[in-house]
Design a protein. Structure first.
Lengths: 537, 323
């Protein structure tokens, strides 16, 4: 085992987490205009086109090209976890009122696709619909904006967000790619109009939609980012089966997809297409969590929970798993590319990350013996999805067998999987946490007890953890926040071992080499408006 | 005949209600619900308020009895309601998918008939010869080979062969265009699935044709025809094949009805946006209304097809009566 210094490890982690393998593209490439991009959406048709309501990437990949947002992750640097730029605003604001007021100036001359002008009223109304939805209207991200008190539009070019407290979680949350700006007049008339209809101000205008088949867009000539979009249009084809997508890319029926393929498909395409395909890859802000049901004995005993963590050799397991599954980088509770993430040296102090696996497993066995749980047998609940759930589950069973545990795996479809977690009828479950824009302060809410965060299925109470989180959420000093995050991480993963974080996923996006301009980031929700994509044909 | 017809038609009602109750209960026995799948399937955390709003919006917070009565009442009025997943009318969802399923079913049936009837007849006429053995081998291979496997292999074969011949891999389009918009593109998309489904279909039909022909060829009236010196071609075409085709036609009808909603795997393999794929999607998403409608449609097709066959049999054979 090679040990590295903290600084070197941090550098290595950063290098690992955004390993954008750019192909033969070069910064000097001049975008060409024209052409229709055909790509696939690896899903069936989205339930609706309303970004405020939906959580699936199928909605974003289908409709993001039609909409504008207030701010966004920099499309030229989407791998950054801190680089946010204006889309509809004119400049990123400096907060006032001790960090509790953000004032955005809105671009003038922006038009919706129906020709009506887009004003601050539309921006504010859209945000109010997201943060404080009216009765009977669903907003999937209401809880992201717990810090927002009011959204105001004092004049046609100004939008003001007033916060209840200052927090570093606000700006990343504001850059969420689902927060499309809708027309206020339409929202006022029918708040659910956008579920079935599309009318935005983005780089493309909707041209055609075949239910469950495809969606098409054509260039918006009035788009406010001058010169963009480069494409004349796009066609997105819904293709849920991976074999179809791989064949379609190989046969050039589609230029690629933007979610991610597993390593086997990457290797196959690279073998068959050579330099005609470019693979971009990045760490994904998604990972599998192993949740232990504290209401089931012996998982109420922290010694047993720690033993389960200590048995897993992530440092050796990750590279091996990465050959067959879309996982790659070992991380803690924070996405590895974030400034708030733990370095390797910091991780190595936590249960489940010790560099000496023999020592770690010896400690695990000692803890099991002490807890009277030697040779423990239990069931691992898993979701019926290959990548990477079943790969991770199978690997874990093997890891746990090395400390004498007897684990069986029960794989169920998504509905029953959720139901088992919600009803607490499981011992240990393979979960996933898949987040959008990297926002550690909100992303780690998943680890909070159910009394605070309803989708935590560990069935535990932990007031010190909640207190620690609140302190961290309200802390605006970066260094102090980072120190608090380390405390929080140690508490969740080691001291209490509430959850196990398993290797972060690896996003591999295949694009035909003639597709240029698009850059990968750690989220498949982000950077999907296609404004900067062009075809070198 | 009149009493029989009325009695037989009245049996349709309890059959449909029973099927409706069964599908309603079975769907709700599956743990989980559509709102959790919809709000959290991407791995995102589910906002409890959004979950409650979703349940209220879809009526899942209402008593099950009311939900069932709504469903049955809607079914008998041919109002299948709104898809819980897409909020679109179920009829619209199905109508969008029906043309492609119908086209594949028709083409596969044509392929099956073109292969099965001649080969089945030849096989029977040359029973136990090498031709018969070859035809039976083809038929058994067709039954034993899953359509989806054949589909995957056929796509790969097209890709590899086109790559070898032209230096660039070619595959059929993956987005459907109706025949009247672009016949060539349409046919290039549906021909492979039609062939792969048609092959299995033809294998079953081929064996039925052979058996029926063998049976008919041993009938007295065939012997009489031969004794009268009728030419073999006329005996086979006019007397034997016509009679042997009765069970074959029944089989073709049943298989065709199955293909309308039964191409679940083939539609996935070829990325066909048909009724079978919609069925899978509806069940995966726990979209109760859509699944119920699709099941009831399938049930209705089979119930009414059986009714028609029973009535036809009663008309053809006066001995068939109740009591």
């Amino acid at each position: 085992m090679i040990r590295t210094s903290g600084l070197a490890a941090a550098g290595l982690a950063c290098a690992l987490c955004v390993a954008a393998i750019a192909g033969p593209t070069a910064a000097a490439d001049t975008p060409k205009r024209g052409g229709i991009l055909t790509f696939m959406i690896p899903a069936d048709a989205p339930p609706s086109f309303d970004g405020h309501r939906e959580t699936t990437f199928a909605t974003v990949h289908s409709a993001a090209p039609f909409y504008s947002v207030l701010i966004r992750v920099n499309p030229e640097d989407p791998s950054s976890t801190t680089d946010f730029v204006c889309d509809l605003c004119t400049a990123m604001p400096t907060p006032t009122d001790d960090g509790k007021t953000y004032t955005f100036k809105i671009r003038e001359g922006v038009k919706f696709h129906d020709g009506t002008p887009l004003t601050a009223d539309d921006v504010a109304a859209s945000w109010r619909a997201i943060i404080h939805p009216s009765e009977g209207v669903s907003s999937a991200r209401e809880s992201y904006y717990l810090m927002v008190d009011k959204v105001e539009a004092p004049d046609p070019t100004t939008v003001v967000f007033r916060l209840k407290f200052a927090t570093g979680a606000f700006l990343p949350a504001l850059a969420d790619p689902f927060t499309w700006v809708y027309r206020k007049a339409i929202l006022d008339k029918d708040p659910r109009w956008y579920e079935k209809n599309i009318m935005g101000s983005g780089p493309f205008k909707p041209a055609d939609y075949e239910i469950g088949q495809s969606i098409k867009g054509v260039r918006n000539p009035d788009y406010y980012h001058v010169g963009q979009p480069y494409l004349d249009g796009f066609t997105a084809i819904y293709a849920p089966k991976q074999a179809v997508r791989v064949d379609a890319i190989r046969g050039d029926r589609a230029a690629g997809e933007f979610r991610g393929l597993p390593p086997s498909a990457r290797d196959q395409l690279q073998h068959e297409l050579g330099d005609k395909i470019v693979m971009q890859s990045s760490d994904w802000n998604c990972g599998n969590l192993i949740t232990l049901n504290h209401q089931k004995k012996p998982f109420d005993d922290v010694r047993v929970r720690r033993a389960l963590a200590l048995a897993v050799d992530q440092w050796h397991g990750a590279p091996a798993l990465a050959k067959i599954a879309n996982v790659k980088t070992v991380g803690g509770v924070v996405f590895p590319g974030s400034p708030l993430a733990a370095t390797r040296a910091e991780l190595e102090t936590l249960a489940g990350y010790w560099p000496d696996i023999e020592k770690s497993r010896a400690e695990a066995k000692r803890l099991l013996k002490e807890a009277g749980a030697e040779g423990l047998a239990f069931e691992l609940l898993n979701r019926n999805i290959d990548q990477p759930y079943k790969f991770v589950g199978t690997w874990l069973i093997d890891e746990w067998s090395k400390i004498g545990l007897h684990v069986t795996q029960r794989v169920v479809p998504t509905g029953p999987w959720y139901e088992a977690m919600r009803s607490g009828s499981f011992d240990v479950v393979v979960e996933a946490s898949c987040n959008s824009v990297v926002n550690p302060l909100l992303d780690v809410q998943k680890y909070l007890p159910r009394t605070v965060f309803s989708e935590n299925y560990g069935n535990y109470d932990d007031q010190p953890e909640i207190d620690l989180y609140q302190k961290m959420l309200h802390e605006t000093d970066g260094a102090k926040q980072r120190a608090l995050m380390r405390e929080f991480e140690k508490h969740v993963l080691d001291t209490q071992a509430h959850e196990l974080v398993i290797t972060y996923w690896n996003r591999i996006v295949p694009l035909r080499s003639y597709v240029k301009g698009w850059k990968i980031g750690p989220s498949h929700y982000v950077n999907q408006d296609l404004a900067n994509v062009w075809l070198d044909q | 005949m009149y009493r029989y017809s009325v009695n037989r038609a009245l049996l349709v009602v309890p059959t449909l209600v029973g099927a409706a109750a069964l599908v309603f209960v079975l769907m709700r026995l599956i743990p989980g619900d559509i709102c959790m799948v919809r709000l959290g399937s991407g791995g995102a955390s589910v906002d409890p308020r959004a979950l409650a709003a979703c349940h209220a919006e879809l009526g899942l917070d209402r008593p099950l009895v009311l939900q069932f009565l709504d469903f049955v009442w809607g079914f008998f009025r041919l109002d299948f309601g709104i898809s819980m997943w897409s909020s679109k009318p179920v009829a619209e969802e199905i109508a969008a998918r029906l043309p492609i399923s119908l086209e594949i079913a028709v083409m596969a049936t044509v392929v099956a008939i073109l292969i099965a009837i001649p080969l089945g007849t030849i096989s029977a006429l040359w029973q136990n010869s090498w031709i018969d053995h070859a035809v039976r081998t083809v038929a058994i291979a067709g039954i034993a080979t899953p359509s989806f496997w054949l589909g995957i292999v056929s796509i790969l074969a097209v890709l590899d062969v086109s790559h070898a011949l032209f230096g660039a891999a070619w595959m059929p389009p993956i987005d459907y265009v109706p025949f009247w918009q672009d016949p060539l593109r349409n046919l290039s998309m549906v021909i492979l699935p039609a062939l792969t489904v048609g092959y299995r279909y033809s294998a079953v039909t081929m064996r039925m044709t052979r058996s029926a022909m063998l049976e008919v060829l041993r009938e007295d009236y065939i012997r009489t025809a031969r004794a009268k010196g009728l030419v073999e071609r006329l005996i086979v075409n006019r007397h034997a094949l016509k009679n042997a085709l009765l069970p074959v036609v029944t089989l073709i009808g049943i298989e065709f009805a199955f293909l309308i909603g039964g191409l679940v795997v083939t539609e996935q393999v070829f990325n066909l946006n048909g009724v079978g794929r919609l069925f899978v999607l509806a069940v995966q998403n726990q979209d109760y209304t859509l699944t119920q409608a699709l099941v009831m449609l399938t049930v209705a097709v089979f119930v009414f097809a059986n009714l028609a066959v029973d009535l036809l049999y009663a008309w053809l054979d006066p001995r068939i009566r109740y009591g």
